[in-house]
Design a protein. Structure first.
Ligand SMILES: Nc1ncnc2c1ncn2[C@@H]1O[C@H](COP(=O)(O)OP(=O)(O)OP(=O)(O)O)[C@@H](O)[C@H]1O
Ligand SMILES: [Mg+2]
Length: 302
């Protein structure tokens, strides 16, 4: 192999050793033959078909796949917010039957309570669970410090930027000390620069907290930058295409975007998600002859 090409399956000794260690850790989440069929007046949609995978303690797993392949369905099932049609979901070996404090959630939309301060938002779950206000406040302040927002504890959500709101959402999810953090495109609404900062920040938090993360994203760079392994789903029905062990060494940073390991992994993900045939049939032929009237400039601008 020359130094311009790299096989995404080949791992350095250090990366291999890391994966060996990771796989020896206990299994936190096990999904076995998961099926989900939505029934509606329009008919049946198989959103997930025979999906199986495991995550180990303190593992960071990203899920990617084309729109409609069932990513949000999967995470809602894991959160206990959606029923499933077949298969098994085990958290610490016990079946998931509904929502629980052992799972923290962060979604794309900002889901903070607008009428509560940042601190009160983080305290909310603890107080609901019977913790005294004083203790909840101490806990909340600790987690706000971890996400770098202690100075904003008394602010209201509308006074924060999008990135800051998502940091509060992360603190609010982690304050319950969940076994797994479920994140559905949490940085999807942020601008590129803030998104980049949030990725580094999340890796920093994950390094310091005993939590397993399942993170859904559309962004291939984001998945490679964050994940130990990437679960690639395909659509119609949503099935597992491949579970990729990311060969890029840790600690990760954007400086690795152009390393051979990164490029090889991205090329593999591109091939799985945007196979060449779909470009030929779906994307190139979108301009129909009757649309030519949208321009009266005769020459080709390209
Ligand atoms: N409540 C529902 N009732 C009926 N069908 C649904 C429902 N929710 C999702 N679906 C269908 O299930 C499939 C998977 O949807 P899902 O939202 O899980 O996809 P996704 O991978 O998260 O997509 P995106 O990348 O656009 O967020 C789609 O075909 C969708 O139309
Ligand atoms: Mg979705």
């Amino acid at each position: 192999m020359d130094n311009t090409t790299h096989d995404y399956l080949s791992q350095s000794d250090a990366v291999k050793a890391r994966f060996d260690k990771l796989k020896q850790r206990e299994v936190i989440l096990e999904v076995k033959g998961l099926n989900k069929v939505y029934k509606s007046a329009q008919g049946e949609t198989t959103a997930l078909s025979n999906v199986s995978f495991k995550t180990h303690r303190r593992e960071f797993v990203c899920v990617i796949g084309p729109s409609g392949c069932g990513k949000s369905t999967l995470i809602r099932i894991l959160a206990g917010l959606e029923s499933y049609s077949g298969g098994q979901v085990l958290l610490d070996g016990k079946p998931v039957t509904g929502p629980g404090r052992d799972r923290g959630m962060v979604f794309q939309g900002y889901t903070l309570f607008p009428w509560l301060t940042v601190r009160k938002n983080v305290m909310f779950g603890l107080e609901m669970n019977g913790m005294s206000s004083e203790e909840a406040r101490r806990e909340a302040d600790l987690w706000l410090e971890l996400v770098g927002l202690e100075r904003f504890a008394s602010a209201y959500p509308h006074q924060l930027s999008g990135g800051m709101k998502q940091r509060v959402a992360i603190a609010r999810a982690l304050v319950n000390q969940p076994r797994i953090l479920l994140m559905d495109e949490p940085f999807g609404a942020l601008d590129a620069q803030t998104r980049c900062k949030m990725q580094a920040h999340l890796l920093d938090i994950w390094r310091n907290v005993d939590v397993t993360i399942l993170f859904i994203t559309h962004d291939l760079d984001e998945a490679i930058l964050l994940a130990d392994r990437i679960l690639v789903l395909k659509a119609n029905p949503g099935e597992v295409q491949e579970l990729i062990e990311v060969p890029v060494p840790r600690p990760r940073s954007v400086d690795q975007l152009f390393t051979p390991e990164f490029i090889a992994t991205k090329a593999r993900l591109e091939a799985l998600i945007h196979p060449p045939a779909s470009i030929a049939s779906d994307e190139v032929e979108t301009v129909k002859p009757h649309m030519i009237r949208f321009t009266n400039v005769a020459d080709n601008v390209e």
